[in-house]
Design a protein around this ligand. Sequence first.
Ligand code: KG4
Ligand code: ZN
Length: 361
Amino acid sequence: MIVLGIETSCDETAAAVVTGGRRVLADEILSQLEEHRPFGGIVPEVAARAHLENVDGILARAMDEAGLGFTDLDAVAATGGPGLIGGILVGMMTAKAIAAVSRVPLLAVNHLEGHALSARLVASVEFPYLLLLVSGGHCQLLVVEGVGRYRRLGTTMDDALGEAFDKAAKMMGLEYPGGPAVERAAANGDGGRFALPRPLKGRPGCHFSFSGLKTALRHTINGLPPGRLTGGDIADLAASFQTAAAETLVDRTANAIAEFRRLHPHLHAKGGATLVAAGGVAANRFIGGRLSDLAEKEGLALVTPPPHLCTDNGAMIAWAGIERLKLGPAGAMDGGLDFAPRPRWPLDPDAPPVMGAGVKA
Ligand code: KG4
Ligand code: ZN
């Protein structure tokens, strides 16, 4: 089974060719860092235009690297949502054209399902598992019961953690994208110098909130002597922010582990429970270390895909398509050539809404 995956829902134009045997034959990506850097964040119109300009070239490179033609494919999978609608339209229209002309099936993949299943592309992770999905647009804890079967335990009531990292970086004068820049700056910093809050820590439940942490960081910066922040200040601010973020994730994930244990007691009894961390923020090594300590304490195996599969990529979209195809008719997804891109597309549509300012799907 060979599937082409196309990802265009945010600021990466990516295409990959993956086999049912977990071989990645090609994995091409073009980040729009330079286009968005002057704005310190992603500008949707700029992103859509860049996808349009780059998608054909990236596709040609991926097919070349794989040494295949479109008619050799068993399917073409493209992100159908959620995300920035302009980019999704570009990717979907391209995929539809390939599918129609080469007569291969089209799969519209939920971007979040791509992140959710990415661990199974690199490791033998059995269902069910607990998933911490932390990216620029999402911060959720879910039980992955199977392909297409997700039970959301918690989500953010305001910002996603990646978004908070990006805003924190901007406040400290670090470059976009903020997550990697904060991680680099924090490496030389003292995470105990500034007392930043750990929102919701110690409270029951698995929801997240990061706007208070962001505001506290702003106040802390404003409280420092006026003028330029020194390199040492920035390192300490970054480390303090990263520590607060990690401790918040650990606290909420610990509650989710308890809930997961209640839902699947047998799994824990025989020591087969797994925690998967996926999404861009899961590429952070400091956070990974804290999650690894938690998993060890709780007796779970921690699986985190390598950094290039944590951040947005085409391979996870191809792989989600393969997981669906492997299920046969049972894995059939909405759509086909008449699929309409979805800016919002929750993994667990039955999850109750959470109270908060800007509730994320
Ligand atoms: O999964 P992703 O590539 O795109 C979305 O689906 O959102 O995640 C991008 C987010 C950005 O906010 C970026 O700052 C963050 O992930 N990120 C990180 C790191 N690498 C990427 N955050 C913290 N530490 C990192 N090393
Ligand atoms: Zn993503």
